[in-house]
Write a protein that binds this ligand. Structure first.
Ligand SMILES: NC(=O)c1ccc[n+]([C@@H]2O[C@H](COP(=O)([O-])OP(=O)(O)OC[C@H]3O[C@@H](n4cnc5c(N)ncnc54)[C@H](O)[C@@H]3O)[C@@H](O)[C@H]2O)c1
Length: 250
């Protein structure tokens, strides 16, 4: 895959941890120049330090993806550091409030929507004009199995992740003939810091939901994201790629 990524600049949001970090490291390993955004600038910088220590090229940028000005600043940072933007993973996300709908705090619901759904709108809003200037590009939006099926205790999260899938399809249609491919990725439960500290009984319960018999790894998600960002996926746009150990096939 190395040739597909040489000379390309990629923006990864939420790249200080978990899946975003894994994708940032994988992109740098195949010679992309990576701009790593995270709300937590220290962790974004730690990802960048890991990349540069391995001989790669990367820049860290802070900012809250739920705020349009911060997302614009991340896109601008990519263009000013490397001259153009070709690739993006709109990935930053949070778990958000859980429980019956009547018990969910409305401000917490709105925050979840800002971080998990509106962030993807802001991302594509600012990324696509730069990709058009660069002659084309590829975007992956991070959804979830909960962007395809329901889960009664996570109504705001399920709503946002279904929104990501719909926004991906509609936006992909508008740019399909302009050299920009846009797809969503739908992981099952992945062993990331998001699940750290979860009691063993809860982890066992999550494992049991995956016919493959275990949680997924960051690398297994990163592999699919890199495929979609690469030229090998040249005929793939507007699609939903499921990486879930069989969860949604039951
Ligand atoms: N881990 C899973 O099982 C799983 C499954 C399906 C989908 N996902 C999705 O994958 C994405 C990444 O999840 P992860 O498991 O790697 O989580 P993670 O918590 O390990 O990493 C998320 C990163 O996003 C950053 N972030 C959070 N809010 C932000 C904001 N407002 N602006 C900028 N950065 C922000 C965090 O600081 C963190 O570094 C999320 O969108 C999540 O919903 C995760």
């Amino acid at each position: 895959m190395a040739n597909d990524f040489e000379g390309k600049t990629a923006l990864v949001t939420g790249g200080g941890s978990g899946i975003g970090k894994g994708v940032a490291l994988s992109l740098a390993a195949v010679s992309a120049q990576v701009v790593v955004n995270d709300f937590n600038l220290e962790t974004a910088q730690a990802t960048v330090d890991e990349i540069t220590a391995a001989g790669g090229t990367a820049t860290a940028v802070g900012g809250d993806v739920g705020k349009p000005d911060d997302v614009k600043a991340a896109v601008d940072a990519a263009v000013s550091a490397y001259g153009a933007l070709h690739l993006a993973l709109n990935n930053a996300g949070i778990g958000g409030p859980q429980g019956p709908i009547a018990d969910i705090d409305i401000d917490e619901y709105l925050k979840l929507m800002d971080v998990n759904l509106h962030s993807v709108f802001y991302g594509m809003h600012f990324e696509i004009p730069e990709m058009l200037k660069a002659g084309g590009g590829s975007i992956v939006n991070m959804s979830s199995i909960l962007g395809l099926v329901g889960e009664p205790i996570a109504i705001p999260y399920v709503t946002a992740k279904h929104g990501v899938a719909g926004m991906t399809k509609a936006t992909a249609l508008g740019y399909a003939d302009q050299g920009i491919r846009i797809n969503s990725v739908h992981p099952g439960y992945i062993d990331t810091p998001l699940l750290e500290g979860a009691p063993q009984q809860m982890r066992d319960g999550l494992v049991a939901l995956h016919p493959i018999g275990r949680l997924g790894s960051v690398e297994e998600v990163a592999n699919v994201v890199l495929f979609l960002l690469s030229d090998k996926a040249g005929f793939v746009t507007g699609s939903q790629y499921v990486v879930d150990g069989g969860y949604t096939s039951r």
